[in-house]
Design a protein around this ligand. Structure first.
Ligand code: UDP
Ligand code: MN
Length: 270
């Protein structure tokens, strides 16, 4: 079943979608996002970056947050961004926080449908794991195991939960947590929620990162999926969808968008 183009009123106004990005990706990864799914959630989506960019600010209607985090792939820089994402969300008063990477496609109506199923005044940690076992770490000679939702697949947290996290990891404190366990931002979030707050991850298999083969997602299942991703490294991992050619659409996101929303303006031309 294909979705018809959602009108803005249909979209839940109470979700805050954060896209983690970095200066070097502004011109490579963001254009396809801005032309496709961002158009369906312009009011709800904010880009968190580390580099000033007038053009980005203009094409997103000013939806860019300049974190003071460094433009490196270091654990500290990534935890820094995630922590700003969570802090800005709390200021927004929205009911749901959903994080994605800048190589994710968000299926806006499907995300809308997911969030409608849960009550944001309860604690919800919704996402997909990418490991078959919970992570095991050792802190102060004590063994700890916990699950975490892969950041690169996207995950959502209810406001109630982010409020509980705030005294532990708000206001930049997520960086200290990352330092303590020596693990990345998404793992640090899992550690805070599952281990420190004792709230369990609810597995939602419709979030997808490029750690799984995108080809495995079948065409007739596209409209139910919440996110997609790609990796264009030596061995490309992209959604298998008909549409534009690989040169016009290497990420396959334009083709996917036009499969889901054929009447979108970017589907008519090209
Ligand atoms: N990223 C970042 N700063 C960096 C490198 C990456 O904020 O210096 C972000 C990037 O924009 C993306 C996420 O981190 O949203 C994951 O990066 P990437 O997809 O390049 O690597 P992966 O971890 O998926 O292999
Ligand atoms: Mn990635």
């Amino acid at each position: 079943v294909r979705h018809s183009l959602p009108v803005d009123d249909d979209l839940i106004d109470n979700v805050f979608i954060t896209v983690k990005t970095t200066g070097r990706n502004h011109l490579t990864r963001l254009p396809v996002i801005i032309k496709t799914w961002f158009q369906l959630a312009k009011k709800q989506t904010w880009f968190f970056t580390d580099t000033y960019d007038q053009h980005l600010s203009q094409v997103t209607g000013g939806h860019v947050i300049h974190t003071n985090c460094s433009a490196t792939h270091s654990r500290r820089a990534l935890c820094c961004k995630m922590s700003v994402e969570l802090d800005v969300f709390l200021e927004s008063k929205k009911k749901w926080f959903c994080h994605v990477d800048d190589d994710n496609y968000v299926n806006v109506p499907a995300l809308n449908g997911l969030l409608k199923m849960y009550n944001p005044i309860k604690d919800w940690y919704l996402g997909r794991t990418s490991t078959t076992k919970p992570l095991q770490i050792r802190t102060k000679s004590q063994k700890t195991t916990f699950w975490f939702a892969t950041g690169g697949a996207g995950f959502c947290l209810s406001r109630a939960l982010v409020l509980k996290m705030a005294p532990i990891s708000g206001n930049g404190k997520l960086m200290a947590i990352g330092d303590r366990i020596g693990l990345p931002d998404d793992v640090s979030v899992g550690y805070v929620i599952e281990h420190l707050l004792k709230i369990q991850l609810t597995r939602v298999e419709q979030f997808h990162s490029h750690l799984e083969p995108m080809k495995h997602i079948k065409t007739h299942m596209f409209s139910e999926q919440l996110t997609f991703s790609y990796s264009l490294d030596n061995e490309p991992n992209t959604v298998d969808v008909n549409g534009f050619n690989e040169i016009t659409d290497p990420t396959r996101f334009f083709s996917l968008h036009c499969f889901l929303f054929p009447e979108s303006s970017c589907c008519v031309e090209k």
